[in-house]
Design a protein around this ligand. Structure first.
Ligand code: NAD
Ligand code: ZN
Length: 360
């Protein structure tokens, strides 16, 4: 047995208002006055002085607003990298991503592609990145994905949706300020929060589980139950706890894998553009057969927060679209192996997946 030797986020700050410390934290990392910090910021914060006035711009630093309406694409990463190279004389001192999983993943990918040749699509896969990324910082403004701790950046490319999984992907610095999540709309709070819950269920019920993953997974699972089912938290407590649940959920899948909901949700996303959080919920809702206990609680949470998921997403799909969806899902072999064991190919068929998709 050869155990994996994982990198982790090197530094992390946690606390309400810790966002204000960003300037002090990054300034020592400035290479020279021509090497800027590039802030990639979710455009939901455009005009939001409470957030933007606290972003410490100096010298040639640049703030680029990016929409999170669509999930990151490899072409978008390439365009951002080109824009940064063309606008600045020196290679940046660092990339700071401020937003949800979409912005965090973009920041990681841009930091990698500033030091590695070619196009982002060339690096989708496992351990293909050759050179260390430039200094990169993640500041989540919505909790659940675990993108702040993970070793991947999920990108949709010309022929697949797959992460850049590498030792150079994790952030050098993360700033966890739960107060930044205070204005997340309720439905989105639920969808992204459920991403964390689903990470726990898939990790804890997977065949890859070990004590490392289990310890983190159980903590995140417990926090999710407190946040989404018990009725006794203040807003602040709930924000603090969900930020830490996201962290632990992400740590849990670092040393194991996600499972069927994620595999199938990638298929939905690839064909229909369905976003990760809501897509996972739509799929998970139909997986009783695989995760009976997890789904039972999920349905209670949905009911308690009066969330109604879209129905009939796949009702008008053509056969070739189902085929693509199924192929994208089945290509994620480690996820299926984690969920169903080494002989997963004997346990799941294309027809079975099609029948499940038809229900969604
Ligand atoms: P997101 O970044 O797509 O944002 C969802 C919505 O919430 C957007 O409309 C955004 O503008 C809004 N929003 C974010 N913060 C807000 C705030 N403070 N106030 C108001 N609105 C706010 O959502 P997400 O669910 O965090 O991320 C999904 C992405 O994360 C997907 O692209 C997925 O592939 C990726 N992901 C990555 C990993 C990883 O390990 N790298 C893991 C899971 C998911
Ligand atoms: Zn996820």
């Amino acid at each position: 047995m050869n155990y994996k030797n994982y990198p982790m986020v090197s530094r992390v700050v946690f606390g309400r208002n810790s966002f204000d410390q960003m300037g002090d934290i990054i300034e020592p990392k400035r290479l020279n006055t021509r090497a800027p910090f590039i802030f990639l910021v979710d455009d939901v914060f455009k005009g939001n002085v409470w957030v933007t006035s606290r972003i410490p711009l100096a010298y040639e630093d640049e703030l680029i607003y990016v929409s999170a309406d669509e999930e990151p694409k490899t072409s978008q990463v390439d365009e951002l990298v080109e824009q940064i190279i063309l606008t600045h004389k020196d290679r940046p001192s660092g990339i700071i991503g401020i937003g949800g999983g979409t912005l965090l993943d973009l920041a990681k990918a841009v930091a990698i592609m500033l030091t590695n040749e070619g196009e982002a699509k060339d690096y989708q896969g496992w351990d293909l990145v050759k050179r260390p990324a430039i200094y990169h910082v993640g500041i989540p403004t919505i909790s659940g994905t675990g993108a702040e701790v993970s070793r991947t950046t999920v990108l949709t490319g010309p022929d697949k949706k797959l992460g850049i999984n590498s030792d150079y992907t994790p952030f050098d610095q993360v700033i966890l300020d739960p107060e930044l999540t205070k204005d997340v709309p309720k439905d989105q709070w639920f969808y992204t929060g459920m991403d964390c819950y689903i990470h726990c269920i898939e990790s804890l019920n997977g065949t890859y589980l070990n004590e490392f993953s289990k310890t983190y997974g159980e903590k995140a699972f417990e926090l999710c139950k407190t946040i989404f089912l018990d009725n006794n938290l203040s807003e602040e407590e709930s924000q603090d706890k969900l930020m830490m649940a996201s962290w632990h959920g992400g740590m849990s899948i670092a040393y194991s894998q996600v499972g069927i909901a994620h595999a199938m949700s990638y298929g939905l996303s690839y064909v229909l553009g369905t976003k990760h959080g809501i897509g996972n919920c739509i799929v998970f809702d139909h997986l009783e057969e695989f995760y009976p206990e997890g789904i039972k609680l999920f349905k209670e949470m949905k009911k308690k927060h009066q969330i109604s998921l879209p129905q009939g997403l796949c009702s008008d799909l053509e056969d070739y679209e189902f085929s693509t969806m199924i192929d994208v899902a089945l290509a994620l072999e480690p996820l299926w192996e984690n969920a169903l064991g080494k002989h997963w190919k004997q346990k799941i068929t294309k027809d079975k997946l099609k029948a499940l998709y038809q229900k969604m």
